[in-house]
Design a protein around this ligand. Structure first.
Ligand code: SF4
Length: 150
């Protein structure tokens, strides 16, 4: 079974500030699956490091410097979906609260560290295409569900 995963959760330094969001032992906890690492923001053509960006009330994605990067985020989402389909991924584990990868919450657009219920651009597109999206906060539910299937 192939599972799409945010590359930063595996320790890849693709986060906006050039760091990562590694979850120690995540890979070791899920056995007998193949992880397909992606970073939608890099796939969308953004640099690393890059200014942080958040989703605004009008659904546009704007960087802290005030630049509209919605197109890059949408392109990154499309490219991620393309990879998910190429590898027949039915499931994804994506970083919560990211404007690309968040599946239940995202930062609220104020750059104050506040969150609101919502989905990042990539998580939303994957869900729309019937890919179930989990995060580093609830991936145990996915492990439980796929037990016996791989
Ligand atoms: S876009 Fe997703 S994979 Fe890339 S750094 Fe942000 S949370 Fe991680």
């Amino acid at each position: 079974m192939n599972i799409l995963i945010s590359a930063c959760l595996l320790g890849v330094n693709c986060k906006y500030n050039g760091n990562n969001n590694e979850v120690q032992n995540l890979v070791k906890q899920i056995r007998n699956v193949i992880f397909i690492p992606v970073c939608p923001e890099q796939l969308g053509g953004l640099t690393t490091p890059r200014p942080p960006a958040e989703i605004q009330a009008d659904a546009k994605v704007v960087s802290k410097e005030g630049k509209d990067v919605t197109l890059q985020f949408e392109f990154g989402a499309e490219e991620t979906l393309r990879i998910a389909k190429l590898y027949n991924c039915e499931y994804a584990i994506l970083k919560e609260r990211s404007p690309s990868c968040g599946s239940k919450q995202v930062y609220d657009g104020s750059f104050q560290g506040k969150v609101k219920p919502g989905e990042g651009k990539t998580a939303a597109l994957l869900k729309k295409n019937d890919i179930e999206v989990y995060s580093e906060e609830n991936f145990e539910e996915l492990m439980e569900m796929i037990k016996g299937r791989c």
